[in-house]
Every structure is written in C-alpha cells, then in structure tokens.
Design a protein around this ligand. Structure first.
Ligand SMILES: Cc1ncc(COP(=O)(O)O)c(C=O)c1O
Length: 394
C-alpha cells in the first residue's frame, strides 16, 4: 500500500484529491466513474513494483533517463551565483512531458484501453503522447488550438509522422484552454475505449496528483545529483517555469522536505498562480485569470505551453501555504534569456523553460538572489520547436 501523508508535503492528497481548498473532481456525471477508474488503476499500479519497474525501464531505455545536471559555468560567473540546470531538454522528444506520458500510456494499457486522447499547447505533450502510443501500439488523438497549430507547426508535423490524429480547435482563444475543453468534451463520448492522457498537473482528481508523481523523477534525480554537485547538498533555490505546473511540481516534490526555496515562474500574460482568483475549470478548483463576472479570461504568452489561464491545484495550495512563491516575467525578458543561455552555455531552451532562466537572471542582477546563491533550475525543454518564433524576432 502507498504511504499516505498529509497534503502539503507533496504526497497523496487523499480520495477527494484536495490540496487545501483546491483540486477535487468537478466533472459531468458521465466522467465521474471514468475518473474513479483512473484513480483506482493508478493507486493499484503505483503500489505495484512490477509497474514501477516497467516504467523505470522505459524511462531509461526509451526516454534516456537519468537526464544530466549541467552546471551553467559561464552564466553563473556572469551572475555571481551557482546555477545548475536539470536537463529535461535532453529527454527523448525534447521535454519533460515524456516522463508523464510514458507513465499514463503504460497505465492505459494496464486498464485495457487502446486509444489515448490528449490536449496540447506547445505540442510537446502531443508529441510525447504520439510517441508513447507508437511505442505501445495504441492510437492517439490530440486536440490543439488553431493558433498553436500555426506557431508550433514542427510539432504538428512530428505528431502526424508518429501516426497521431491532430484535431485543430477553432473556438475561443484557439490555444490550450480551448483544446483542453474540446478534448474533455470528446472524452465524454468514448470513455469505454479511450484513456484521457492529461498533459499537466491539472484536471479532475487523480490527474494533478498522478501527473506530479510521474514527474517526481525529475526532482528525485536532481536531489541525488545536487548531493554530489553542491557542498551544501541541497540548493538554496529550486526554480521552474509554470504553465499547468508539471515540471515545477515534479521538481519541487524531490525537495519538499528541505529548506530550499521554491520559485515558480509564470508568463506575465498567463499568470494563474500570481494573479488568478479561485474558480473552477476543466474539472478542478484552483486559481484562474477571471473578469469581474467570474468569466475565465484569455492567457497570452509567447510560449504556447504557458498560454493557460490557470495553474494546477497543488501550486495554488503551495502558494497559500507560502511554501512556494510565484513570479512573472515578460515575453521580452524571455527572448533575451533564451538567447543569453544559448550564447553562454550552448543550450537553446524552449521559450517555456526560458521563463525560469529569465527570472534567475533578473533576480541575480537585481540582488534579490544573494551573491553565491545556489540555484537548481529545471530546463523543461529544448528550443527547436520555437525557432520559427525566434526567427521573426532576432
Ligand atoms: C518545454 C515545456 N516546458 C513547460 C511546459 C509547461 O507545462 P508544465 O507547467 O506542465 O510543466 C510546456 C508545455 O507545453 C513545455 O512544452
């Protein structure tokens, strides 16, 4: 049986899936049983050493784990800090999304499902889903906002080459929020054969918890690597970008029992944790950008993967507790940070990941990070998918 510790220590949120006032399962009647089935299957699988062993093998031989911890030597010297990069950009398919997807795809096969359904923003979760489907002999249908289909054309092509069906969504802002709504609507029509493969720590219980557990591997690996790399063993700060919040949650989870300060970096135009108010969307209660009437407003970010008006419920809770703090950076800072990392370290990050880099640069240069501070930054993905966007700006 899994160990159940109180929520807040980044462990099991219990059968109601609550993180303080956040989380839960706000879904139509037709999805209640489907979510419960996923929860039951996940609890069973997660306490089964056979399942964990199969996942660990896939992560090693297919996804290339463990990923490296790279000291950013030149940028550290310029900033007067010690900056360590957890290199999820080196994972197969180019981002951390593969960790979660391999876990969920394996769960889907264990549940006897033959088809994966997913939403995607930047396309990284879609590519990871298409990849896992090909690997395990499943079919995949990926919903993606029309605007993201245009700006992430490379990933759309990759998904199709891998055999997935990509369904463009033309409603609302034509980005991640609308793709998620459409994918969940579709799920209602095919709960018996399809498995909903959620891309972040969002959605109804058990998804926020389950996705964090599948991403925990980032934090656990980094914890061991920091123990070797740093004299203090644990960094002063743990920093990651936050869209829904899965790479951040997985990283934070590995350091939950330490004194490391957690910083989640959001897009200024998509800052659910920083500027949102409590609301319900996509089956969970959390912080969302809303107007005075409580209508969810559109997010707007240069990084398609951060273009989401809300944040995962556990992040809302960590913020309430004061355990993590959430900050924003602008698109201009992000582009500068991506180029600076490229030119100092030879690493072109995804624009999502560049948010975390941008905050570290700003905080070090303004003195908010004390000289000599040690910082672990999860570099969630590589920048190849963003070259078309950068070509227009640089
Ligand atoms: C490279 C990369 N980083 C970060 C994110 C944001 O997701 P999350 O906050 O769940 O880690 C995305 C989403 O598409 C992404 O592609």
């Amino acid at each position: 049986m899994p160990i159940v510790r109180p929520a807040g220590t980044m462990s099991d949120p219990g059968p109601r899936g609550k993180f303080g006032d956040h989380g839960g399962r706000y879904v139509p009647e037709s999805l209640v049983a489907a979510c419960q089935e996923v929860e039951d299957a996940f609890r069973d699988a997660w306490s089964d050493p056979g399942f964990r062993g199969s996942l660990a093998t896939l992560l090693a031989v297919h996804a290339g784990r463990p990923t490296a911890l790279t000291p950013a030597w030149r940028l550290s010297a310029e900033l007067g800090i010690t900056l360590l990069l957890k290199r999820e950009d080196l994972a197969h398919t180019g981002s951390h999304k593969i960790n979660n997807v391999l876990g969920q795809a394996l769960l889907a096969t264990r549940m006897g499902r033959t088809r994966l359904l997913a939403e995607t923003g930047a396309g990284q979760h879609g590519v990871a889903t298409a990849t896992a489907a090909a690997l395990l002999g499943l079919s995949a249908t990926v919903f993606m906002g029309e605007r993201d289909v245009e700006r992430q054309a490379l990933n759309v092509f990759r998904m199709r080459v891998l055999g997935a069906e990509v369904v463009p969504v033309g409603t609302g802002s034509r980005t991640l929020k609308d793709a998620t709504s459409e994918a969940m609507r579709h799920w209602v029509t095919c709960v018996d054969d399809a498995y909903y493969c959620m891309g972040s720590v969002v959605g109804p219980h058990p998804y926020p918890w389950m996705v964090r557990e599948f991403q925990r591997v980032i934090g656990e690996e980094a914890r061991g690597q920091c123990a070797t790399e740093l004299r203090t063993g644990v960094p002063d700060y743990v920093v990651a970008c936050v869209g829904g919040g899965s790479n951040a949650a997985g990283t934070f989870a590995g350091f939950a029992d330490t004194a490391a300060q957690f910083v989640g970096v959001e897009a200024a135009g998509g800052a659910g944790a920083t500027e949102g108010r409590t609301g319900v969307l996509h089956g969970f209660r959390s912080r969302f950008l809303q107007d005075d009437d409580g209508q969810i407003t559109e997010a707007e970010s240069i990084a398609a993967g951060l273009d989401y008006p809300g944040v995962g419920p556990e992040h809302a809770y960590l913020r309430d507790l004061g355990r993590a703090r959430y900050v924003t950076v602008t698109d201009a800072e992000v582009v500068d940070a991506a180029l600076r990392l490229a030119r100092t370290e030879g690493i072109l990050p995804a624009l999502e990941s560049a948010h975390a880099v941008a905050w570290v640069i700003r905080a070090a240069e303004s003195g908010e990070l004390p000289p000599g501070a040690t910082v672990l930054l999860t570099l969630s993905g590589r920048g190849d998918k963003d070259t078309a966007t950068l070509m227009e700006l640089v």
